[in-house]
Structure formats: C-alpha cells, structure tokens
Design a protein around this ligand. Structure first.
Ligand code: XMP
Length: 523
C-alpha cells in the first residue's frame, strides 16, 4: 500500500471518495465500481488520520471489508477523530462491523458464518440507502462475525438468516453499513446501493467521465511540463505506453518525441503498425530505431533464460539511451504506470522468478523527471481513454506482451530464422483466436518455438522439424492463470494452418499447464 492518498500523475476532480482499505480483497473493486458510477475514487490505507483528511476532506468514505475480527488484538481501526469530521461513511462487511464496534453498537461471534449467496430481507421500515430495492433478494456474503446491535442511533434496515443486522443507517450522522458485498456482481442491486450512497447520502454528482479524465490529465501534464518543456516516451507497442504517449501528445503536441526500439523480437508486422499508428495517424514525432542486428549479434550462443533476458534488457537500455542522448533538451520521460501498480503492496521480498524488463527500466543517471499520466487510472479506464483519443482497437485491446518479446518464446538460442518461424506461427494463432471472437476473453494467446526437432511424415516424405506449442490462458491478475479450454475445432484449424503454412514446423502441441506451477511464458 502507498502510505497516503495517492496523488500526482493526473489532477483529480474536487470531489473524491476514499476507499479505506482494511486488507480487503475487494478494495480495488470498490474503487472501480465507484468510478463506474462516474465518481472519482482512490484507495487509502486504514492508518490514515483525521488530520490528514482535514486538509482536503473527501466527499465520502467507504470502509472496505477485511480478513480480521474487530475483537482480535491489533485488528485495524479507523482513527476515531475521523468520525468527528462531517464526512458520510459507508461500511462494507468488516467496515460495517467496525462502525458498530467503534460507535456504540456490538459485533457478535456467530455460530457459523455466511459465505456466498444469501437472502437479504428488508425490515419493514423506510430506508434512505435501500430506496425502492426489493424486499427480498440475493446478495453475496463472506463473513464470520456479525453486527448484533447497530451503532448508537442507527436504524436496522435488513437482516439475513445469520445476520440480525445486515444493513443499518443513521441518516442524521451520515453513517451506513451493509454486511454483504454490494461491489460484487453476484449481489443483486449492489450498484443501486452504492449509487444511492453516492448521490443521495453524499450528494455527489456523476462528473468523472471520459471527457473529464482526459481534460484533467491534459491539464496536469501541461502544469508539470510547462510552456517549453520537452518530453520523450518509449513506445513498446503495448496499450499503457501508447495511451500515455497519446495523452502527452494532446497536452504538449510537438514537444513530445517517441522512441520505438525495434528489437527484431516483435510479433509479425507489429513494428510497422506502431510506426504507422503514431507517426501517420497520431502525427507524433517518432524515432524508429532499427536495432535488430545488435540484438541478434548479442544473443548469439545464449541459451539460458535469465541470461537472455538480461542481455535483451541491457541492449535495450543502451539503444534507448543513445536515442535519448540525441534529444539533449528533453527533461521529461513519459511512463505508462497504472493505478494498481501504485497501490499494490510491494513485493520486494518475494523471490525473483523472472527478471522483468520494461521500456521504463532505465538507469538513474539518465536524469529525467517522470511524467506518469495514467497513475490514477485502472486498465479498463486506460483502454477507454485510448479509444477516445483515436487509437485503433489493435493497440487498445492488445494482449500483454513481455518486454523481451519473442526472445522468451524461443526456447534455446534466438536466431533470425527461428524468429521468422515463430512470428509466422504466432500470427496464425492470433488470427484464429480473433476470428473465433475470443481475443478479449483470453488473457494471452501465443505460440512458442521449442529447440527440439521431431519426426513426422508429409506427402510420403519423412520430416524432421520443430514443434510449435500453443499457449492460451485465462487470468484476472497475472499472478494465477489457467489454460484456456479452447474449442477443438479452433485447435484443429490452428494446427492445420501452422503445419501447412509455416516452413520448418511439423508438429503442434497445446500447453495444458496452469500457473502455478507453470508460468505464462515458457522462459
Ligand atoms: P509469467 O511468465 O511470469 O508472466 O507468468 C506474467 C505476465 O508478465 C508478462 N511478462 C513480462 N512483461 N516484461 C514485461 O513487461 C517482462 O520481462 C515480462 N516477462 C513476462 C507475461 O507475458 C505475462 O503477461
């Protein structure tokens, strides 16, 4: 977690809702739901104090769920002085229990918890938070403790079989609680409850829209870069750097120069597409560095995956640095950092499984000030901004692609010949996935070329050639993934086309390993 409200990047609207994170799995989801209701929201740690909030009070607070019981020692609390500030508060799950616990109600330990689908029954009273939503409906629960008496002065507005106080409200003091998770799709009328809290109880307007996101980002970039400042941006072909560049270009026009390093390890026609999109369509000044020879020369004889990654990373930095040095007067470097990267807890003590290399991973002595216009945005918002700025679907909806490119999808030594084989096979995989309408549903789909040869027979002739492995995975968060259950006829089409159309391949296999224990990439 960041240590305080996350600011910088883009200036946000005057009205912000803070989601106070008590260790929930769903804090980010709550923040996204609020934004979907066109109200800007950010996540703040539960240690936040009244003094920190008093400076620029948020329009409302939403207390998230969390894994602890309010009764255990060290359970996270909200600074009690925050309750003295006149800010409307909605508690969800642990957040609702905390309101009861800190404000004169009680939280009991149940005989059993409630997990999953649960029937929510409204009490026969009018409720400002629940409005006209049906008397009985299904909600999604995940709790053991339950509120047995609401905060002093609050009205009980709903119950379930195991939660006598499934919802409460104190409209005079602006405090509301629900035991269930209105933010998850399985909870019926969840969005209505959040919407009513934002509009009716917190008096917020729906003004966090695509237009306002772009306007505030452009304004913040102009403030940071000034009237004469110049910026450079490394384009990788991925959506984040592309949208960041398009936004900065909108803000400072020709004072932005993009650098695209062609490593020779990109997918088929990808380099042409990046150059075409940015130079021709967006009218952005672009330096296209054709560095494939340098990468192939340095990769000669290297087989070990980490050695390959390090080599590609090093050459990349050198090439980028040389291009950047030619732009002496640029003092800003644009990066496509997203909001989840900013709020996610650090993983500094996690084991290094693979050393990742990104376009931004430049040495400190380059001395740039960073411009990070996507720092407050979620990925889905970044895609919408990209579309709004006129970037093509192929870039806006591009699947993640590793920094070292096809270099980590060729097992063994990387050569031009192998890259050509893999590019061709990979293009077929992507085309067939797209034709089957699965491109957005599948998190990543690609081909891998193994450094082995197997025997086959084609037209009465013995063949001895490489296999291609198809990898297609579904994933929500990259940390875990499952192999995609692709339709057999789709697999058949991919296999037939690869063997018929790609010289040097005589066999196709499908990777059925989840992550863990596998990783998504083969190296
Ligand atoms: P693994 O293979 O570790 O990959 O399961 C997880 C995700 O990260 C992508 N990936 C990279 N992305 N630089 C990147 O920007 C890299 O060096 C890199 N290596 C892997 C991979 O494609 C998957 O989405």
């Amino acid at each position: 977690m960041a240590d305080g409200p996350v600011t910088g990047g883009i200036s946000h609207p005057d009205q912000v809702v803070y989601v106070v994170d008590f260790g929930a799995q769903y804090a980010q989801l709550i923040a996204r739901r609020v934004r979907e209701l066109n109200v800007y929201s950010e996540i703040v740690p539960h240690r936040i104090t009244a003094a920190e909030l008093a400076d620029k009070p948020p329009a409302a607070l939403i207390l998230s769920g969390g894994p602890k019981s309010v009764h255990v020692e060290g359970a996270p609390r909200l600074d009690p002085a925050i309750y003295e500030l006149d800010i409307p508060i909605l508690g969800i799950c642990y957040g609702a229990q905390l309101l009861a616990h800190q404000l004169g109600g009680t939280v009991g330990r149940n005989e059993r918890g409630e997990y999953g689908r649960t029937t929510f029954r409204r009490a026969g009273v009018e409720s400002s938070l629940l409005g006209e939503i049906p008397t009985e409906h299904t909600v999604w629960m995940s709790h053991f403790d339950a509120v047995s008496a609401p905060p002093a002065g609050a009205l009980v507005t709903a119950s379930t079989d195991n939660s006598p106080v499934a919802a409460f409200e104190d409209t005079a003091r602006g405090r509301y609680g629900v035991q269930h998770h209105p933010e998850v799709v399985h909870s019926e009328f969840g969005m209505e409850i959040l919407d009513r809290f934002l509009r009716n109880e917190a008096g917020l307007e729906a003004n966090w829209t695509m237009g306002s996101i772009i306007d505030s980002a452009v304004e913040a970039i102009r403030d940071q870069v000034g009237e004469t400042g110049r910026a450079i941006c490394g384009l990788s072909g991925g959506v984040d750097s592309a949208v960041a560049a398009a936004l900065v270009h909108k803000a400072i026009g020709p004072r932005l120069t993009c650098v695209y390093v062609d490593t020779g390890l990109m997918r088929l026609n990808e380099s042409d597409q990046v150059v075409e999109t940015f130079q021709k369509h967006q009218g952005i000044e672009l330096i296209h560095v054709r560095a494939a020879d340098r990468f192939f020369d340095r990769l000669e004889g290297i087989v070990e995956p980490e050695a390959k990654r390090k080599t590609i990373g090093e050459v990349f930095i050198r090439v980028f640095e040389e291009a950047a040095l030619g732009l002496q007067d640029a003092e800003f470097l644009v990066q496509g950092t997203l909001y989840p990267d900013v709020v996610e807890s650090g993983t500094s003590d996690a084991a290094t499984i693979k050393s990742h290399h990104n376009v931004g991973g430049l040495p400190d002595d380059l001395q740039f000030d960073l411009v990070e216009p996507l720092r407050n945005l979620f990925k889905d918002e970044v895609r919408k901004v990209g579309t709004e700025l006129g970037l093509p679907d192929e870039i806006v909806w591009r699947q993640p692609f590793p920094g070292p490119g096809l270099g980590v999808r060729i097992i063994g030594e990387v050569t031009r010949e192998k890259v050509a084989i893999l590019q061709h096979a990979d293009a077929i995989v992507r085309e067939e996935i797209r034709n089957a309408g699965l491109e957005r549903e599948i998190f990543q789909s690609f081909a891998v070329l193994a450094d082995i040869r197997t025997v086959g027979v084609m037209g009465d002739e013995r063949t001895y050639a490489h296999p291609i492995i198809i990898r297609a995975v579904t994933s929500d968060d990259v940390m875990t993934a499952d192999w995609a259950r692709l339709p057999y006829d789709l697999m058949e089409r991919m296999s037939n086309r690869i063997i018929n159309e790609v010289d040097g391949v005589n066999r196709v296999a499908y990777d059925i390993t989840s992550k863990p224990p596998g990783t998504i990439e083969w190296e």
